[in-house]
Write a protein that binds this ligand. Structure first.
Ligand SMILES: NC(=O)c1ccc[n+]([C@@H]2O[C@H](COP(=O)([O-])OP(=O)(O)OC[C@H]3O[C@@H](n4cnc5c(N)ncnc54)[C@H](O)[C@@H]3O)[C@@H](O)[C@H]2O)c1
Length: 400
């Protein structure tokens, strides 16, 4: 390795893509003391992102959350250089590149190809992809061992979690340094393989899918299920209000991507009720209606839960208990990820609590509920709804 350690503040960083994620990542890196070269293919976009950041940071100064010196330091370290408008051949030698452009394999692969050829072999090349296989981005590049995923969550300055993604070729030293760097940036890194959806977007699928199926089957309405999961599951938001906030199109796209990348594993099969919502343009808050209808002020106008129904369902048979049914599946997903060697149990729990705000991680729930009960619940669900969605992870069966 002929570069300084990534954790050294003298390491220069380039962020390619100055959209929602890239500009936030640039802010985080600059706040940690690095010089950051911001790049975006759209003319003037990198400079505009820096201007927007200046406004945001000035607001933070006014609120007393940042000093004027800190703001000036961050802005000075964000460089709009000769490569700013997208010509990566113009980028000076840097220690780390974080790519955050459109979610398109061809576009990302081209960018990595250019970077691999024009940067030193020791320059670490990271992608912020949410759903593409980092192995495919690293394929056929010069020195692929320096390619990793650094999956930040939105918005990067506020969200603590970063999934550090290792490909089959990533160097152990690069991964260790990347984990240390993320800690230095004030983040909580977890490590995983390039498994579809990584940790968070994979394990979280049943949180949405189970509730959607229960609505589709007429068990209860969205507001009632949201209440059950908030009050009895300890979730900060229910799956319907949350997906209305995220956008039904965005949530469906993530789910569909995981389903397709797992050869249509029935565990992740998208639910027709959500597909119909998206087809009808009911995307959530951003369109004024999704599972709920939103008034101009953004409040849901028809989200009245049936509290009696919540009492009937919770603690009843697992098939119609939204809390037990959801948690059994989250546990099954979490332990299965660990069994396949994709991540450690500790990292899965950390990722779910920080990335999705769950009150507990899957392994904590398992320790409280016990493998025997979770297996019994999954088997009952498998009997009621056969086809593989509720198949029990061997990791749970091993604990019986
Ligand atoms: N938005 C999220 O919540 C989120 C969370 C985690 C990860 N991600 C991932 O981060 C990446 C960026 O997402 P985003 O939401 O910031 O997108 P965005 O649309 O806000 O920004 C993407 C930017 O990339 C630029 N761009 C496109 N092609 C380029 C190229 N060839 N070279 C340089 N710049 C180019 C665009 O002009 C745009 O400014 C995606 O891979 C996405 O999957 C997004």
């Amino acid at each position: 390795m002929n570069r300084m350690p990534l954790t050294d503040a003298q390491t220069t960083v380039a962020v390619v893509g100055a959209g929602a994620m890239g500009s936030g990542i640039a802010q985080v890196a600059a706040a940690a003391g690095h010089e950051v070269h911001l790049v975006d293919a759209a003319e003037g976009a990198a400079a505009a992102a820096r201007e927007k950041l200046a406004t945001t940071l000035t607001r933070l100064v006014e609120k007393g959350k940042l000093t004027a010196e800190e703001r000036d330091g961050i802005l000075q370290r964000i460089v709009i250089g000769p490569a700013a408008d997208g010509d990566l051949r113009e980028l000076p030698p840097v220690g780390l590149v974080i790519e955050a452009v459109v979610e398109n394999l061809g576009v990302k692969h081209d960018i990595f190809d250019t970077l691999a050829d024009h940067q030193d072999e020791s320059t670490v090349l990271a992608t912020n992809t949410s759903s593409l296989d980092v192995n495919a981005i690293a394929a056929n590049l010069r020195a692929p061992e320096r390619v990793i995923g650094l999956h930040f969550f939105n918005p990067p300055p506020l969200m603590k979690l970063v999934e550090v993604v290792r490909t089959t070729q990533s160097s152990g030293d690069v991964l260790t340094e990347a984990m240390e760097l993320m800690s230095r940036w004030g983040k909580t890194p977890v490590m995983c393989t390039s498994t579809p959806g990584f940790i968070v977007n994979r394990v979280a699928r049943p949180f949405y899918g189970e509730a959607q199926r229960m609505v589709q089957d007429g068990v209860a309405d969205p507001a009632t299920l949201d209440l059950a999961l908030r009050e009895h599951g300890g979730f900060r938001m229910g799956p319907f209000e949350l997906t209305d906030l995220i956008g039904q199109d965005v949530n469906l796209a993530v789910g569909t991507s995981v389903w397709l990348q797992t050869d249509r594993d029935p565990r992740y099969e998208p639910v027709d009720a959500q597909r119909r919502l998206v087809e009808a343009g009911r995307l959530g808050r951003k369109t004024g209606h999704g599972w709920f209808e939103y008034a101009d002020g953004g409040q849901a106008v028809d989200a009245t839960p049936d509290e009696g129904r919540v009492r009937e369902l919770v603690g009843g048979p697992v098939e119609t208990d939204p809390v037990a049914r959801t948690i059994a599946r989250l546990v099954n997903e979490g332990v299965d990820l660990v069994r396949r060697g994709e991540a450690s149990a500790e990292d899965v729990d950390t990722a779910m609590m920080l990335g999705t705000n769950y009150p507990k991680g899957p392994h904590q729930w398992l320790a409280e509920i016990g493998a025997a009960t979770v297996v019994e619940q999954l088997r009952a669900l498998d009997t009621a709804f056969p086809g593989g969605r509720y198949r029990v992870s061997p990791a749970l069966e091993d604990q019986l």
